[in-house]
Design a protein around this ligand. Structure first.
Ligand SMILES: [Fe+2]
Ligand SMILES: [Fe+2]
Length: 252
């Protein structure tokens, strides 16, 4: 089976609001871990989620442009500071000139090291989280600290009940395997275990996050790597996290 290019896909929509997965070129796997990027469009405004490194930027820009004028991207949400999340920052100000950057207050001082980011408006997300308004929808940046970054957020979209979970739920596919939605949960667990046991420092961080999202009405959990959990797999995934042990330092 050859390398495939996948078109963007609307994972949820209601009225004039869409939550879009921004496609993939499987050849990207040769250059780094595969990443998912997402776009939320509400009426005429857009928010881009974890746009990623420079080599995926062309695909992102092209696919975003199918759904919204680039100048109507109002905000970019960075879940944390990793290169696979923030790597294309210096291009964002040129290609999405009206986008304000939302990132944990822990990381705003570090991002200028990526290069000249003149004219970029940084919005520091406080530890307790914040609301980000796009069109008529108020998105919720929810604390997910130490999962795996110490200044880390998930993003909940109440309009279509989608939770972007960042690196929580990350999976690494073996060569030749890829799918957008989790089907066989049992097999998928094997692709998630390695990341969750090594990159997450302690189970306590997971317990705090699980407690925080407990009251949310969630139809879909969309992670930054791997596959999307929908319907019955949302509960299976959260149950799996709840029962995970020997995470990070807990295993030493
Ligand atoms: Fe990360
Ligand atoms: Fe990541």
């Amino acid at each position: 089976m050859g390398i495939r290019v996948h078109r963007p896909y609307i994972i949820a929509e209601k009225d004039d609001h869409r939550f879009i997965w921004l496609g993939l070129d499987e050849a990207e796997a040769e250059r780094g871990i595969l990443t998912n990027q997402y776009l939320i469009v509400d009426k005429n405004e857009g928010l881009l989620i974890d746009p990623g490194g420079q080599y995926v930027f062309e695909r992102i820009y092209r696919n975003v442009s199918e759904f919204i004028e680039p100048e109507n991207i109002k905000a970019v949400f960075f879940s944390h500071q990793d290169p696979d999340v923030v790597g294309s920052l210096i291009m964002i100000s040129d290609f999405f000139p009206n986008a304000e950057i939302y990132v944990s207050k822990l990381w705003t001082r570090f991002l200028p090291h990526l290069g000249v980011i003149e004219g970029v408006v940084m919005k520091e997300i406080p530890d307790e989280g914040t609301d980000i308004i796009v069109g008529k929808t108020s998105l919720k940046a929810i604390p997910a600290h130490y999962l795996h970054s110490p200044g880390n957020f998930s993003l909940y979209d109440p309009k279509v009940k989608v939770l972007f979970s960042g690196d929580i739920g990350a999976a690494v596919f073996p060569e030749g395997t890829w799918y957008l939605f989790v089907d066989d949960f049992k097999t998928h667990v094997k692709y998630m275990e390695g990341f969750h046991k090594r990159y997450i420092p302690t189970k306590r961080a997971l317990d705090i996050w699980l407690n925080k999202i407990k009251e949310l009405d969630i139809n879909i959990i969309a992670p930054q790597h791997g596959a999307i959990f929908a319907e019955k797999n949302v509960k299976k995934f959260l149950d799996w996290l709840r029962n995970l042990d020997n995470v990070g330092l807990d295993s030493i």
